[in-house]
Design a protein around this ligand. Structure first.
Ligand code: SAM
Length: 177
């Protein structure tokens, strides 16, 4: 897969601050190129971009997008859309189809998702047919559809880099001389 973007719907700035931040950070860590936020929360956008600056890579967040416009544009350019919903087809039964597509938009909700999304999506996919969390749904999906192990992804040009250690914390801090 060449490109993966997350479209986050229904974010309520006060109530969903932590969970939407975690959706963005999880998407970044597991290989998505960016997140489109269909709500106006510039502070959240900045916070996620700050993490990117410290830890590397070029993950982006676009604040306050119009979800219908973004989905239409993505599809016109040949991309496919996968809406994550516990009501959908279970991921193990859809993963081989999804993995074949080159550019994928993954849609996750917060509050009730507009029904139109179910119709616009190429796939409505459940990460197991039980209610849980958009963070878990994004993580498992990105892991299952990946061609190469997302946990081995390297992030370049960050100020901070962890040196994996059996005990304690080892961090290279490029801000120090
Ligand atoms: N009550 C909302 C509704 O009925 O649409 C859903 C709330 S749920 C906490 C928020 C989001 O998490 C959903 O829109 C969906 O994207 C994701 N989600 C939760 N459980 C899921 C599952 N089992 N499979 C896929 N996505 C899931």
């Amino acid at each position: 897969m060449k490109r993966i973007v997350i479209l986050r719907l229904g974010h309520r700035p006060v109530r969903d601050k932590r969970i939407t931040t975690h959706v963005g950070l999880t998407a970044r860590a597991f290989g998505a190129e960016g997140m489109l936020l269909a709500s106006d929360d510039p502070k959240l956008t900045d916070n996620i971009c700050d993490v990117g600056k410290r830890w590397g890579g070029d993950f982006y967040v676009r604040n306050n997008v119009n979800w219908k416009t973004e989905i239409r544009k993505w599809k016109e350019e040949g991309g496919k859309v996968c809406h994550l919903s516990m009501y959908g087809v279970n991921l193990p039964d859809a993963v081989s189809d999804i993995s074949e597509c080159e550019n994928l938009m993954i849609v996750v909700g917060a509050e009730k998702v507009p029904f139109e999304i179910y119709e616009l999506a190429d796939w409505n996919v459940a990460v197991g047919n039980q209610p849980h969390s958009e963070v878990a749904a994004v993580a498992v999906t990105l892991d299952r559809i990946a061609a190469t192990d997302p946990l081995k992804k390297e992030f370049n040009d960050g100020e901070l880099k962890i040196v994996p250690a059996e005990r304690g914390k080892k961090v290279i801090d490029n801000r120090q001389e």
